[in-house]
Design a protein around this ligand. Structure first.
Ligand SMILES: [Zn+2]
Length: 466
């Protein structure tokens, strides 16, 4: 039984799909004004594990994560760079794809807001026709006061907001809580034509429309960062439920924040890292490993020391995997199946049961990793060259199965790591040719620190991990 913490109820609930055997899931994607930072990577990785676990469990899952490719920041930065908004956003969508692929997220549907404007206009028309929205001088506003359930996700209600807030004064709004569905263009901005004049949709509306178009009026799971609960997801619910007269999402899942060296990440504190910067120092799978080392709702700390220890832990798994390969246990499974039975090997059946139990408990990835480490340990102690082939194969199959669900790709890490090692070996060879033995020794030591031992052989330099 899969249990999910549902932000809507504030409780853990047994997951029940809307339709037997199917899951419809929507996750808010990045606004593409820059490269993704480590905070953007967390939802990519944690919701990818959700995606993978449903597939593994035999569900037919449709997973949608959008790109917000029009927004004030994109417009301002494109103007500063002297390129069109479209080209600017395109560049950062490609950049986001590089990181998403590096982080080994499964392929998914990635709609772009600017390609869905027609549907957004239809949704605004519907909301106006039903009396939830009004137009004033080219701006269309939604009236949260018309939606009795407003606040059901965040627990905020309008009276409290009114009492405690300094909501911006805007003469165009009837109430300070009204939010924008459509805004008129400003000089030089990109725009689309609409019944209310040239302009563009509001951010909240984009997700309501894209979720509806790709998944239908009611979806199973909506995901995103905790920072999106209010107002973004609250407003999505209001728009969608008023437009469609159906519940919007049955479960809301929210991932926690990332702290840098135990401090809140912010541009002003200058502790802001892009994935690419980190990936220059650590292979993507190590970044993924770190992101899975905390349960998704908990805050996650990021620091150089933690990345180093993530690298070491990951290498332990990688070494166990490599040894399984050497023993001949190459698994044949593409997408593994939760029902695969390891009953002949109780030590494997136990590890698998622990692994599933961890993920079924609101995706407790640290405990799932513990089960994988336990498996690595028994691979090292229970297997040798003399072990039966069937046994080696069963161990390798389970190792591949658990790694696949967590999205840890040891081949990917090896390719990346190998390229880096080969570059260093070449650097060392050049140093030796130039008789700079101090540098050559330094490089050898650096590699040794990473657990890489070099051997000078007749066929050239070889290396192995220790
Ligand atoms: Zn969204």
């Amino acid at each position: 039984m899969l249990v999910i913490h549902n932000t809507l109820s504030g409780r853990e609930e047994v997951f029940q799909p809307l339709e037997e055997g199917k899951v419809k899931m929507y996750v808010c994607g990045p606004t593409v004004y820059d490269r993704m930072h480590i905070g953007n990577a967390r939802p990519v990785v944690v919701f990818d594990v959700v995606h993978r676990f449903f597939k593994y469990s035999g569900y037919d899952i449709t997973f949608v994560q959008n790109y917000t490719d029009i927004d004030d920041k994109i417009i301002a930065r494109a103007a500063a760079a002297g390129v069109s908004t479209r080209d600017y956003a395109e560049k950062y969508i490609v950049e986001a794809e590089i990181d998403t692929e590096g982080l080994n997220a499964l392929p998914a549907i990635h709609p772009r807001a600017t390609e869905e404007i027609a549907g957004m206009i239809e949704m605004i028309k519907l909301l106006m026709a039903k009396g939830y929205a009004y137009e004033n001088a080219g701006t269309v506003f939604f009236m949260p006061e018309k939606f009795a359930e407003y606040g059901k996700l965040s627990g905020k209600n309008l009276e409290e907001l009114e009492a405690g807030s300094r909501v911006e004064v805007d003469d165009q709004k009837r109430s300070p809580f009204d939010f924008v569905l459509w805004k008129p263009k400003k000089e030089g901005e990109p725009y689309w034509t609409s019944p209310w004049g040239d302009g563009r949709p509001g951010w909240h509306l984009e997700c309501s429309e894209m979720a509806k178009k790709y998944l239908g009026t009611t979806i199973d799971i909506h995901g995103g960062g905790t920072d999106l609960i209010f107002p973004h997801h609250e407003n999505e619910i209001a728009q969608s439920e008023c437009a469609n007269d159906e519940p919007f999402a049955r479960y809301f899942m929210h991932n926690g924040f990332i702290n840098i060296d135990n401090k809140k990440m912010s541009k002003s504190a200058n502790n802001f890292f892009t994935i690419r910067e980190i990936a220059e120092e650590y292979p993507y799978p190590v970044i993924r490993f770190l992101l899975l080392s905390a349960q998704y709702r908990k805050p996650l700390n990021f620091s150089h020391d933690l990345m180093e220890s993530a690298r070491q832990s990951f290498t332990r798994l990688s070494n166990a995997w490599e040894r399984l390969q050497e023993l001949g246990g190459v698994p044949a499974i593409a997408i593994p199946n939760i029902d695969t039975d390891y009953g002949c090997y109780p030590e494997l059946a136990d590890r698998k049961a622990e692994f599933i139990k961890a993920l079924e408990a609101d995706f407790n990835t640290p405990d799932a990793l513990t089960a994988l480490f336990e498996l690595a340990k028994i691979c090292n102690t229970n297997l040798s060259r003399d072990s039966e082939n069937d046994k080696i194969k069963a161990y390798a199959d389970l190792f591949a199965e658990m790694s696949w669900v967590l999205g840890l790709d040891f081949k990917q890490e090896k390719v990346l790591l190998d390229a880096e090692i080969l570059r260093k070996i070449e650097e060392r060879q050049n140093a030796r040719k130039a008789k700079d033995f101090a540098l050559a020794d330094k490089i050898r030591q650096e590699l040794l620190d990473q657990g890489i031992v070099l051997e000078d052989t007749r066929e050239g330099v070889k290396y192995k991990r220790v």
